[in-house]
Ligand binder design. Sequence first.
Ligand SMILES: *Cc1c(COP(=O)(O)O)cnc(C)c1O
Length: 516
Amino acid sequence: MEKSQALRYRIAPLEMTPSEFRKAGYRLIDQVAELLCTLPERPVAPNESPATLRALLGSHSLPEQGRDASTLLDEAANLLFDHSVFNGHPRFMGFITSSATPIGALGEMLSAAVNPNVGSSLLAPMATEIEAQVVRWIAEMIGYPPDCGGLLVSGGNMANCVCLLAARKAKASWDVRTSGMSAEKSHRLRVYTSSETHTWVQKATDMFGLGTDSIRWIPADEALRMDAVALREQIQADREAGDLPFLVIGTAGTVSTGAVDPLPELAAICREYGLWFHVDGAYGALAAILLDDEKSAIPPDLKGIREADSVAVDPHKWLYAPLEAGCVFVRTPEFLRDAFSYHPPYYPCDEDATGSLNYYEYGPQNSRGFRALKIWLALRQAGREGYAGMISDDIKLAQELYRVVERQTELQALTQDLSITTFRYVPPDLMPGSQESEGYLNVLNAELLTRLQKSGEAFLSNAVVRGAFVLRACIVNFRTSLEDIEALPGIVIRIGREADAAIRPGKQKDQERNIR
Ligand SMILES: *Cc1c(COP(=O)(O)O)cnc(C)c1O
């Protein structure tokens, strides 16, 4: 074919014919369906070194020639099915990473196929409205005013960052968007949060020029909740010293133990001192869906979310959305626009009389993917009732775990809040409490955790509770059942004994003596 003819009948290397696409797509769907139904039989996590995985991929350069799409999808599926940590496995209870909704997986394919750019409603008319509906619905679930401003971002860190920027713009007495943090008083801005807050606050104060020294770490009480009395004293002292308190961050469900700060009290302090009240509800805010359920026994302080100026929630945690999705809520939508909007000449799509909504004006991103679809589909599949049931079941299972752990003499239960339970293995011949035994218990439980993760039998992560390294189960997993919970103590005790025998100084000798 002549060159001009080749361009006239162009077949690009990335194009797939309808029949190729169907064939590859149906095959992939079959493989994914097989993965989902065999999850419980698979190890939760592989036990392989990065070097092994790199060797599988090879170190050659990008191949010069392309290959058949269907074969490549087969290869990719095999690589991922055989060498992944499955957070959709019923026995995955680590970190705060949920099992992902199957409808979300299908939704991701649909959204990638249509590929709307949800930066502006000109480019994504329906997707923009679906995102707005998702924001409203999640606001309703957490008891936040549904006419708030909000948008989806990549996760909790980014959602919290966006709220911090909205707070800074709203509260700085100078034009912080123009003169930035070089204004004379800017180094005196102060952020208040508890020592249990997630590290996003360090990243955010660092990235946006406040510096981590701007953070006032307020101590937490015995229940690991922010001490409101200490907060008030610190704000008062800072004001007297000429500092500029502007933001208090309360957490609805701390990352380590699921503690809920005294949010209504924090809100009252913020009102009194004219500070922005932000709630980091990345993990726990959605438990507020159970506030009206008298039997649920969730912390009533979750009611304080309603009073926040801004809230961050992670749909990829307790809404079980496939990664990534974080959600920003700001009570007064104009505060988001005040913090992020510019009107460049190359985007002639300002909001107009028709009420069009351009998300690029409400957050840091310009081009934006259609994160809302996977959430929208799942919200409608389960409904409010379905979600309340799943969240409540996750909490009940975590509470049950605490009870079954308490019954074991070799296990010590430490905390139980929302759907997080922490505990540790304590060998029967060891008395916890002394500095020496506590030091050893930390080492032992760290070793136990590594062995457990490598075993593929179940996946937990850790927390440090009042200086103790403890095992931590966080259930944001609609596939976990009572059977998985009841199996856990036995697994942990067996691996705990093995770890103890392997690492305790003198222990092996004891055992050898016993055998003789
Ligand atoms: C998970 C979490 C974050 C961070 O969210 P990502 O989605 O991982 O970015 C922040 N705060 C809390 C309380 C969290 O649980």
